[in-house]
Design a binder for this molecule. Structure first.
Ligand code: ATP
Ligand code: MG
Length: 730
């Protein structure tokens, strides 16, 4: 027993230990990046189980990703030396789904309700706009989708919205209503609906609420700063008066405001539960002193902060390295070259290296450069396996087998592979379904039995109906999920269809379908609580898994991801790329102070992922939206103290040569605005007697040999020897 307790407590500092062993009571661990918040949460659960003898099923723990949930469970089991069954650990969405599965009837859902992922949702919204004869150019489906989701995130049903007088709102409201009706009919539930419905169920059913309040003796939440209104409301309902909330978070890492997350929940929590004890952790265990100093200096530029200290007793470590690439291709080349050196010369595992970027589109060049260098990599949270077209096709068969009212699935596969059911037939079915208020499936069955369509169409449709019914019968009889999926695939005709496909991706698609069978095999092996409907559980898993599993490859590979998906993770070597005005901070955010602060927090999150080495790279020109654009280095670079940064040139490293020959410029110290007077800065506008006006792009060498590259408005980009160039600042 003593040993077990020391496994839990020894790896903690006094402040962490106090939080882990605290008595019952609401607690908010408010602390900076890398201070051990997640560690505290995990050890707290182990402590509750081991020392307080809390049964696992009495614990509810919320993580930000499914992967984090798996890791959390794994670490607790490691500490306790035994499996822990029955604990509710997952994301808000995962937990809400679990809850609705258990209470589908009370929630007014069909037992086989299906989850719409955002791509499915988008298609459905498009179909609805079309049925309502709303022009997509005027009413973009993305906007309508965004409207629906943000209303749901705030807990609003159509009847709660007063759009009177506002034409735009009125239209959106009509779309929301029609969309909701379609979902109800099909028995499908989008991500936001999972949360909203779970909340409504608790609110409207005191008996169910009572049950869960009794059950969950402890509720723990990681990354609390990124909860939205409905998630917080759900937590409050569940907790009731029990004073059993243990929340950890960092206001400086709130990066999902654009998606409805509310960092104000941190303040609301302290107001709503005045007896909350605030716990602060100030020692950072992750990063070197230099990295931490840089991150602290950066975030200090945000005016609205709750304020925290963060220190480390680790060494200062290496300087942060900054590279000004000529363009985005040069940037990718540089990063990949540094990774190659790190793994070959310094013996770093490739998985210790992470490339972070602001937008997903940036990954492509890094991928190409990595492929060229034969370095294995994984794109984390990139296109999900379950989002690939062929996988969605196959899943649509499974979904329709599970729930015949799933119109989205029906539309996807009714004529895939082609079986002679043309768009006209489908249109007729849609009209019929709408008129009778039934699903497409029911409309199809009626059309077949009453022979409402031309003979050929009827025959084709009958074939489809019989195929699905036959497969559904097999599903009822077949106990093993992988076997069932293999059977369905074969009968669907999809593999043969892709094999014939001439787009050159046939083999890849076939391999992916095989992977799907593999995925079900793995899933069947580790499904946590089998409630008898393993197909349903698997389909939910496919919809909720957010591409995280891809990063768990067997091969040692470089990790690529957006800054957003890097939250909570850590790597010895981190590259933050594209650190340019317009890209990071993103152009959509630069002029709005609130959003700019969020971008800065995102940069803080990125920097604090690094344990030992951090690179910040930016390109002086970049193809964006099909155009070549010149970009200024990001203001975030200026906000990091210059003495913590070392400039890197293509090949080696050169320290800024401030003042040499009066030319304190260069990709180096040039960024320090202080030498702008005598020298030139990258991005600075200059005038040349012959070439006219231009922008400083690059520089190399020092002293008399220093050269400077300027992109002239009319003459184009030129390298000039600085001593002779007779450039003037404009
Ligand atoms: P983030 O805000 O980025 O989510 P966090 O506050 O959750 O960070 P953790 O991920 O829990 O921090 O911890 C950061 C790193 O420090 C991890 O590698 C963790 O194992 C380590 N660590 C935490 N506490 C201690 C400690 N007391 N002694 C040694 N290492 C620690
Ligand atoms: Mg954490």
């Amino acid at each position: 027993m003593q040993d077990d307790v020391s496994t839990i407590l020894d790896p903690l500092n006094p402040a962490q230990r106090e939080a882990v062993t605290a008595d019952q009571g609401n607690r908010l661990v408010l602390a900076g990046a890398g201070s051990g918040k997640t560690r505290v949460l995990v050890h707290r659960i182990a402590w509750l189980l081991q020392v307080q003898d809390i049964r696992p099923w009495r614990i509810l723990a919320v993580t930000f990703t499914n992967k984090a949930a798996r890791e959390m469970k794994g670490r607790i089991e490691e500490m306790l030396g035994e499996p822990v069954g029955g604990m509710w650990v997952g994301t808000f969405h995962g937990l809400a789904h679990r809850f609705l599965r258990a209470h589908w009837q009370d929630a007014g859902l069909p037992q086989q309700f299906q989850i719409l992922d955002s791509d499915d949702q988008f298609r459905l919204v498009k179909r609805i706009l079309k049925a309502m004869e709303l022009d997509e150019a005027r009413w973009p489906p993305r906007q309508a989708q965004g409207f629906i989701n943000s209303q749901k995130d705030e807990g609003r049903r159509p009847e709660h919205i007063d759009a009177a007088g506002d034409f735009f709102q009125e239209q959106m409201l009509r779309v929301y209503r029609a969309y909701q009706e379609a979902c109800e009919k099909a028995g499908s539930v989008d991500f936001a609906e999972l949360l909203l419905r779970a909340h409504e169920l608790l609110r409207e059913r005191p008996d169910i609420l009572h049950h869960y309040r009794e059950r969950f003796a402890h509720i723990l939440v990681d990354e609390f700063q990124d909860t939205n209104a409905i998630q917080y409301a759900w937590l409050r309902l569940l907790a009731g008066e029990r004073d059993n909330l243990f929340l950890v978070g960092d206001d400086d890492q709130s990066i999902y405001g654009w998606r409805g997350a509310r960092v104000e929940n941190i303040q609301s929590f302290q107001r709503d539960y005045p007896n909350t004890e605030i716990v602060r952790l100030e020692q950072n265990y992750r990063s070197t002193g230099t990295i931490l100093g840089a991150a602290n200096a950066l975030i200090a530029n945000n005016p609205s902060r709750l304020g925290k200290n963060l220190w480390t007793d680790g060494s200062a470590g290496e300087p942060i390295r900054r590279y000004a690439a000529f363009n985005e291709i040069d940037e990718a080349r540089f990063v990949v070259e540094r990774i190659r050196r790190a793994s070959q010369d310094e013996g770093r595992a490739r998985s210790e290296c992470a490339i972070l970027y602001r937008t997903t589109a940036q990954s492509r060049l890094f991928e190409e450069a990595l492929i060229q260098a034969s370095i294995p990599y994984r794109v984390y949270g990139g296109q999900r396996f379950f989002e690939r077209a062929e996988i969605k096709d196959a899943l649509a068969y499974l979904r329709l087998i599970g729930n015949r009212n799933d119109d989205t699935a029906f539309e996807r596969i009714v004529n895939l592979p082609p079986r002679g059911i043309g768009p006209r037939t489908v249109d007729l079915l849609r009209t019929q379904a709408r008129a009778d208020g039934v699903s497409l499936w029911d409309a199809a069955k009626t059309a077949v039995s009453r022979a409402l369509l031309p003979a050929r169409a009827t025959g084709a449709l009958r074939g489809f109906v019989e195929l699905i019914e036959g497969l559904a019968a097999r599903a009822d009889a077949e106990q093993e999920l992988p076997d069932l999926v293999a059977e369905v695939l074969e009968a669907s005709g999809l593999p043969a269809h892709y094999e014939k496909n001439k787009d050159g991706r046939g083999i890849e698609r076939l391999e992916n379908l095989e992977q799907l069978v593999e995925a079900t095999r793995r899933f069947a092996g580790e499904v946590p609580d089998d409630d008898g409907d393993i197909l349903g559980s698997f389909l939910a898993h496919a919809a909720l898994e957010a591409g995280e599993a891809q990063a768990d490859g067997f091969e040692d590979s470089v990790q690529l991801m957006t800054l957003h998906s890097a939250k909570g993770l850590e790597f010895p070597l981190v590259f933050i790329t594209g650190v340019e005005e317009g890209l990071f901070p993103h152009s959509m955010s630069a002029s709005d102070p609130t959003r700019l602060e969020e971008e800065r927090r995102l940069c803080y999150v990125g920097m604090t992922r690094a344990k030992q080495q951090l690179y910040l790279t930016h390109a002086e020109s970049r193809r964006l939206h099909g155009r070549e654009e010149y970009a200024l280095p990001s203001r975030f670079l200026r906000e990091v103290p210059a003495e913590l940064i070392e400039e890197v040139r293509g090949g080696g490293v050169s320290r800024p040569q401030g003042g040499t020959a009066g030319m304190g410029f260069g990709a180096g110290g040039g960024m320090g605005t202080e030498d702008a007077g005598e020298g030139f800065r990258l991005g600075q506008r200059v005038r040349h007697p012959k070439f006219g006006d231009g922008v400083v792009l690059n520089s190399e060498g020092g002293g008399a040999g220093a050269r400077i590259q300027v992109n002239f408005e009319t003459a184009g980009a030129k390298w000039l020897v600085l001593t002779y160039a007779r450039l003037e600042p404009v």
